[in-house]
Design a protein around this ligand. Structure first.
Ligand code: UP5
Ligand code: MG
Length: 352
C-alpha cells in the first residue's frame, strides 16, 4: 500500500497540480487524420472537447437546448457520455468603449449626441469633464484652465481619473470617450489604468480640414462661452492636434481600428457613416461578449469519430436552433493517455 501511495504521489508530482494535472491526463489526438481510419487494436477512448461561444441573450435557452441535444448525440454509435463544464465564476460581459477623435470643431460632440440618442451609448467628453473640474476652483482647476486656453493637453493622471470615475459611475455597457486619447501620454496612461477592464470597439475619426473647423469654432465662439473658442487658442489647438493626436490615429490605423469619416458634410450625412461604423463596432463587441461554454463528449474510436465531424454536426444543429452566427463551435479530440484516481476521496471520483 505504501508503495502504491509513493507511485501515486510521483505521478501527481509529474503531472503538476490542480487543473493542470487534469489537462495533462489528456493529450492531443494526433495526427487528426488517424481518427478517420478504422481502428486495428482494441477501442481507445476519446474526449471531444467542444468550446461554444454563445450570444449572452441566448445563454439560458442554449443551456436547456444543449442538455437535450447532447442526449440525442449520445445515441450515436461509439458515444459514451458527456459533461457540460461551466466557468467557475459567473460570466459578466466587459463594458465596451469607442474613442472619438478628430480636430477641434470636426463634429465629435455633435455626432456623439446622435449616437447617444439613436444607439443608447453613454457619452463622456474628456474636454467637458475637464471643464467641469476646472470650475471647482482648486489648484488643479487653475492648471486645467491654463492648459485649455493654451490648447495644450492636460497631464493624463487628471484626465484618466475623471474618465474612469465617470465610466464607473455611469455603469454603462457602451461608452463614447470623446476627445481622448490625444497623445502618447494619454494612450499609455489609459492602458496602464484601464488594461483589459474595458474593451475597445474602435476609433471614430472625423476628418475635417482646418478652414472648415476654424469657421465652425469662430461661429460657435460667439455664444459658447468657451475660453478656447478664439482665434489664438484655436490655432494652438490645431498645432497640438497635428503634432500629438495624429500619431495616435496612425497607431490605431495600423491596428485596423479606425473608422475614418468625412466630417465636412451635412450633419445627417456624417451621421449615416457614424451609424454604419457603430454597427460594425457593435458586431465586434457582441463577438467578444459571447459567454463561453465547454463540453467534453466521450466516445470510443470504434466506429472512427473525428473531432471535425462532431464539431460540424453540433454546429449545424445549433445554427438550426438559434440561427447562423449566434453560437460558435470549435473543438478538438483528445486521447486519454493515462488516468489517475483520487485515493480514498469519494468526492473526487466524480471527476473520473
Ligand atoms: N458642427 C458640427 N458638425 C457640423 C457639420 N457636419 N456641419 C456644420 N456644422 C457642424 O462641433 C463644433 C461646431 O460645429 C458646433 O457649433 C456644431 O454645431 C458645428 P462639435 O460637435 O462641438 O465639434 P467637436 O469636434 O466636439 O469640437 P470641440 O471644440 O469640442 O473639439 P476639441 O477637441 O477642441 O475640444 P475638447 O472639448 O475635446 O477639448 C478641449 C480642450 O481640453 C483641449 O484643447 C485640451 O486642452 C483639453 N483636453 C485635454 O487636455 N485632454 C483631453 O483628453 C481632452 C481635452
Ligand atoms: Mg467636443
Amino acid at each position: 500500500m505504501q508503495a502504491f501511495r509513493t507511485t501515486l504521489a510521483r505521478c501527481v508530482a509529474a503531472c503538476g497540480t490542480g487543473a493542470g494535472a487534469l489537462a495533462v491526463a489528456l493529450r492531443d489526438a494526433e495526427p487528426a487524420s488517424n481518427l478517420g481510419l478504422p481502428s486495428t487494436g482494441p477501442a481507445s477512448k476519446l474526449v471531444h472537447e467542444l468550446s461554444f461561444g454563445v450570444d449572452p441573450a441566448l445563454a439560458s435557452d442554449f443551456k436547456t437546448w444543449l442538455a437535450t441535444y447532447l442526449k440525442s448525440l449520445l445515441q450515436l454509435p461509439g458515444m459514451q457520455g458527456a459533461k457540460v463544464l461551466a466557468p467557475a465564476t459567473p460570466f459578466t460581459p466587459t463594458p465596451g468603449v469607442v474613442f472619438v477623435l478628430g480636430g477641434p470643431g470636426a463634429g465629435k460632440g455633435t455626432q456623439c449626441g446622435l449616437i447617444v440618442e439613436k444607439c443608447g451609448y453613454t457619452h463622456l467628453s474628456a474636454g467637458d469633464l475637464l471643464r467641469a473640474e476646472r470650475k471647482s476652483g482648486s489648484a488643479q482647476g487653475q492648471m486645467i484652465d491654463e492648459y485649455i486656453k493654451e490648447g495644450k493637453i492636460v497631464p493624463v493622471e487628471v484626465t484618466v481619473k475623471l474618465l474612469v470615475d465617470a465610466i464607473k459611475a455611469s455603469g454603462a455597457q457602451r461608452v463614447l470617450v470623446d476627445g481622448f486619447p490625444r497623445n502618447t501620454n494619454n494612450l499609455s496612461g489609459w492602458q496602464q489604468v484601464v488594461g483589459d477592464s474595458l474593451q475597445l470597439g474602435g476609433v471614430l475619426f472625423y476628418d475635417c480640414p482646418e478652414e472648415v473647423m476654424q469657421e465652425r469654432l469662430l461661429e460657435r465662439g460667439k455664444t459658447s462661452g468657451r475660453s478656447d473658442d478664439n482665434i489664438e487658442s484655436i490655432k494652438k489647438r490645431f498645432t497640438t492636434y497635428l503634432n500629438e493626436t495624429m500619431p495616435i490615429l496612425q497607431y490605431y490605423e495600423h491596428q485596423g481600428m479606425v473608422h475614418k469619416i468625412d466630417g465636412t458634410r451635412e450633419v445627417d450625412d456624417v451621421w449615416a457613416d457614424s451609424k454604419a461604423a457603430v454597427a460594425t463596432m457593435e458586431r465586434r463587441f457582441v463577438a467578444s461578449d459571447q459567454a463561453a461554454v465547454a463540453v467534453h463528449v466521450y466516445s470510443t474510436d470504434v466506429p472512427p469519430t473525428t473531432s471535425e465531424a462532431v464539431v460540424a454536426r453540433v454546429a449545424k444543429a445549433a445554427a438550426q436552433q438559434f440561427g447562423e452566427g449566434k453560437v460558435s463551435v470549435t473543438g478538438r479530440a483528445l486521447l486519454i493517455d493515462s488516468s489517475l484516481k483520487a485515493y480514498d476521496l469519494d468526492a473526487l471520483r466524480a471527476f473520473d
